[in-house]
Design a protein around this ligand. Structure first.
Ligand code: MN
Length: 496
């Protein structure tokens, strides 16, 4: 990252994955933007053009389509300079102009308090619906802004980082863009929870110190055994778990680093699905697998389409090692998600089109969020409150807004558990349903199978929008409450 970025460097990067790109056009976009931003400086004191160039680098490093690279170079021109969208359209065509228009519509972040979050979110989904490429540019824009946050005043720094953590990263996750999500999270983590960041980093570094040789020997042994069985892996690499993801896991494991088995995961890429399963068998012949840790996300992909086989084994020195086994295509999809559609593979070919699928996914995500947006007051509460992490007795983490109750928790697990809950056990103690939950609580819900409907009073107790919606729906079904009564209970003081 410390290498000086230049337009020549960017062009070479793009040439590496697409020798047929229109390099003149990329250079022209750079010159156009550099000229338009002439005299402007970033808060860090650097010339403004370093920002769009850095954002374009971020996307070129993940081998993104050159048209998107061009739009990225131009992304701040209409908003910040005298050059207009029409100028861009004249020079670079309607496709590039339309992406830049999308970014411009999203606007710059000018914090105007609470409402701004809602507005941002709504705009983002509208932009995504129109052209998902706009979101990809926005992610790159945000990642670079996060790397240069130190130049901003602390309050602003915190807000941008928090927004990235609470809104951008989850969207990247839902779009299956693991690499982008990871970058957004780790860059924000440092600013949102600086003490925790330092603590987790120290724990990780201490645990990993001097382990390089050990992991190298595991990799070597795995490779030898695979080759003996006629499988030539495309690559075998160890990867450190990202810090924010480690932080969340440590919260679930009482901060016991020894219970984190994927601090380093060894990723094996092979040629076919059949070889994935064969590889799993071979690893289990060398090392004993840990019970309950074999996960087949190939036959059962995660909701965001992630596919891979995972297993944790006891290595030669008794230490546990996690393996992730997948094909090249699964790997690209896991790293880039929806962006894989505009991504160039190593051999210069494009990934197969996922268009139909992602349009459907997007529609679902949108419906989800826009439904929530119909009630601004509530989503505001959900998004802006500090989050707490609580756990099921099995150790699954549930994140809730501060002040949430066991009822919120119950509805987060399943609406039926919510409707039938009668009491809660928090940290082994029976508590009433309006008890405020705290970070790290282990919560168990007591249900009554004869109970059919929630209590009307719960609407006033719960903190999450989703619990409130479930309660309302259940009560509507019950039919005991008139609409008028319902509205009165939800909006105190409102006359009907
Ligand atoms: Mn920008």
């Amino acid at each position: 990252m410390s290498k000086i970025q230049t337009i020549e460097g960017l062009v070479e990067l793009v040439r590496g994955y697409n020798p047929n790109a229109d390099f003149d056009m990329i250079k022209l976009a750079y010159d156009f933007a550099a000229d338009a931003h002439q005299g402007q400086v970033r808060k860090s004191g650097e010339p403004y053009i370093t920002h769009p160039l850095a954002a374009a680098y971020i996307l070129a490093e993940i081998r993104i389509d050159p048209t998107i690279i061009i739009a990225t170079l131009l992304h701040d021109v209409p908003e910040d300079t005298v050059r207009t969208l029409e100028d861009i359209e004249k020079n670079f065509g309607s496709e590039v102009a339309s992406m830049v228009r999308g970014i411009t519509k999203l606007g710059k972040l000018k914090y105007r308090g609470v409402e701004r979050y809602i507005e941002n979110l709504r705009k983002m989904f509208v932009a995504m619906a129109e052209d998902i490429r706009v979101m990809i540019i926005k992610f790159a824009d945000r990642i670079h802004n996060l790397t240069t946050l130190d130049a901003l005043p602390p309050q602003k720094r915190y807000r941008i980082a928090l927004e990235s953590l609470e809104i951008y990263a989850p969207i990247a996750n839902r779009l299956g863009m693991d690499d982008i999500k990871g970058q957004l999270e780790d860059l924000s983590f440092k600013h949102v929870y600086p003490k925790e960041y330092d603590r987790v980093k120290k724990i990780r570094d201490e645990k990993l110190e001097g382990r390089d040789k050990y992991f190298a020997s595991v990799i070597k042994k795995a490779e030898e055994e695979l080759l003996k069985s006629g499988i030539t892996p495309e690559s075998i690499q160890g990867r450190n778990k990202r810090l924010y993801s480690l932080y969340k896991k440590l919260l679930r494991k009482n901060n016991d680093i020894n219970k984190v088995y994927d601090l380093v995961a060894i990723r094996i890429i092979v040629g076919s699905v059949a070889e994935c399963y064969a590889t799993l068998g071979i690893l289990h012949k060398i090392w004993t697998p840990m019970k309950g840790r074999i996960k087949d996300y190939i036959s059962q992909p995660k909701p965001n389409d992630y596919q891979s086989l995972h297993t944790t084994v006891f290595g030669d020195e008794g230490e546990v090692v996690e393996f992730q086994i997948r094909t090249h295509e699964m790997d690209e999809n896991a790293e880039f998600g929806i962006a894989a559609h505009w991504h160039y593979a190593e051999n210069g070919s494009r990934m197969p089109s996922r268009e139909i699928k992602w349009v459907k996914e997007l529609a679902e995500i949108q419906k989800d969020i826009l439904n929530k947006l119909s009630d601004l007051e509530e989503i505001k509460v959900d998004f802006l409150q500090t989050r707490i992490f609580v756990f099921t007795p099995k150790g699954d983490v549930i994140d809730l807004p501060e002040g949430a109750t066991p009822i919120d928790f119950a509805y987060d697990i399943h609406s039926e558990i919510g409707n039938k809950c009668t009491a809660a056990i928090v940290n082994d103690k029976m508590v009433s349903l309006d008890t405020e939950l705290n970070n790290g609580d282990v919560v168990e819900i007591v249900t009554d199978k004869n109970r059919k409907y929630p209590s009307q009073d719960w609407i006033k107790i719960v903190k999450t929008h989703s619990a409130r919606t479930h309660i309302r729906n259940a009560l509507k079904q019950e039919g005991k409450m008139s609409i008028k009564k319902l509205l009165r209970s939800v909006i105190p003081g409102k006359k009907n």
